[in-house]
Design a protein around this ligand. Structure first.
Ligand SMILES: [Fe+2]
Length: 207
């Protein structure tokens, strides 16, 4: 294990908190309050089992784009990128989400059971979605914040029209709200957070 890893993991958590602080989107205050309750001390640190996914081919480009938004967050992600455990929802398949989806999707926990700190019914992580993908309607009991670090992603809530969300804006999904995400030419890298009720995974809507 890289001996700077606990420090770098905490750097990433703190860089995200610092970056969210001045933003006033719905749910940001709840995320920051819950984040402040999490134990990110050296004593709580444990190294995840690093795991990669094909979608990470897009990560360097996305970190480069993140540099333009927040250099501290971008550098902190780069410092831990080799140590993250990238995963996919076990119920997701190309048959359900479109040919090539599983090669273009993945998420990693920063705080959570597979992250650097276990968290107390709280998940903080990164999501990647490759270009020209449609992560269709899904829902979960956990309230969720997304913070896209890259530009060009489109978001739909409650089955409504997709709207492009600018790089650095935040998106809030109340418990059980349907939500979906689309990308065009640019891959999406986003910070996400589940503030509570994290025990039930996301479920795709419909057949
Ligand atoms: Fe979600």
């Amino acid at each position: 294990m890289n001996r700077d890893l606990p420090e770098n993991a905490r750097w990433l958590v703190e860089a995200i908190a610092r970056a969210l602080q001045p933003r006033h989107g719905t749910g940001v205050a709840e995320v920051l309050a819950r984040l402040a309750d999490q134990d990110v001390s050296d004593g709580a640190f444990r190294a995840p089992e690093p795991a990669g996914l094909p979608v990470l081919a897009h990560l360097p480009q996305s970190i480069g784009e993140t540099l333009l938004l927040d250099a501290d967050v971008a550098a902190a992600i780069a410092a831990v990128e080799e140590e993250l455990c990238w995963r996919q929802s076990s119920s997701y398949s190309d048959a359900l989400l479109g040919e090539g989806f599983t090669r273009n999707y993945g998420w990693a926990e920063i705080i959570g059971p597979h992250g650097f700190f276990a968290g107390d019914d709280f998940l903080l992580g990164l999501l990647m979605l490759g270009p020209n993908r449609h992560y269709r309607d899904h829902f979960h009991p956990a309230p969720e914040l997304y913070w896209p670090l890259t530009s060009g992603s489109q978001w739909s809530i409650d089955g409504g029209d997709f709207a492009e969300v600018p790089q650095g804006a935040t998106i809030w999904h109340p418990p059980m709200a349907l939500h979906a995400t689309k990308t065009s030419e640019t891959p999406l890298l986003a910070v996400w957070c589940w503030t509570r009720d994290t025990g039930t995974p996301a479920k795709l809507a419909g057949p």
